[in-house]
Design a protein around this ligand. Sequence first.
Ligand code: FA5
Length: 348
Amino acid sequence: MSDEIDNIAELEHQAKDELKKTKSADELEAWRVRYLGRKSKIVNILRSLAGYPIEQRKTIGEYANKAKIGLTAQMSYQKGHIDSSAHQILERAKIDVTLPGEPCQLGRLHPTTRTIKEICDIFVSMGFQIVEGPEVEWEYYNFEALNMPAEHPARDGFATLWVDYQTETGARPMLMRTHTSPVQIRTMEKIKPPVRVVAPGRVYRYEATDATHEWMFSQVEGFAVDRNITMADLKGTLFEFARRLFGQDRKCRFRCDYFPFVEPGVEIAIDCFMCGGKGCRLCGNTGWIEILGAGMIHPEVLRGCGIDPEEYSGFAFGMGVERIPILRYGIDDIRLFYANDLRFLKQF
Ligand code: FA5
């Protein structure tokens, strides 16, 4: 008889051990079938009690029954434990759909992008089309085709960032374009006059920065080629542009300048917003902030693009984009544009 009682004790011990390891309702049910189900060992012992001598039957029966009741009680305790952890998981995952959503931060356009868009809109309304060119450019397009052969002193004015580029036949010099004027050449090679184009984009110069100079900034190039285009067309177009962008009250200065790819060359400056023309740190004590260079396209440049300068003439201009918001919003340092300070950028 003691063998039978030992077996029941061991069975009970094993069942309790396995019960503690159950983690889900399915595992618990499998345990129940194994230890308390119709074919389980304990139920078999209880069924076979009639086969034991009468004096053993009572003791074994009591022992097996106690084990069965104990295991059943422990099973319902374990069930409560499993249910409550499942409940907690569900509670945590519960979403209150009536709560207000978390506000999402709205992005905004960079002031340079907004200004380029505004400039292009004005020129598109005057009949210009928009084109783009590469930022890594051949020396030919950036200088040579623009009447600045090697050793031309005007190249010094465009402090250049060179890019090494080697081909099988030798080096073909590439650079980060120093202005958007190469797009004039690329366009005139493809489109024959009449043509009116604006070309926005980033340009790079290897120069020290200050309140109005960055080493990377944006320009919008513009040009028109047709029969009988004169300086009056250039002046009319740019003054109309300045009036639309800055309003009637801003003063606009138009005076001679030199660029090898135009003849004659001019520059346009707007009176400094900070000092009202008296002279200050921002305008370099001149009272004016230069926004663009321009002029009549040089006959040699037209000829190089296969356009006969006897038949056609054209004007071209190239403006610094960042200097426009500087003048309009009273920004006192161009370096703020690319410092990625959200306190500055969020104001636009
Ligand atoms: C040129 O880049 C000529 N390609 C413009 C041109 C085009 C002339 C077509 C004639 C015909 P310039 O180097 O002056 O010119 O630059 C043009 C404008 O870019 C300047 O008026 C100024 O507004 C802006 N700019 C020049 N250098 C910087 C700089 N370092 N940082 C910010 N803006 C600049």
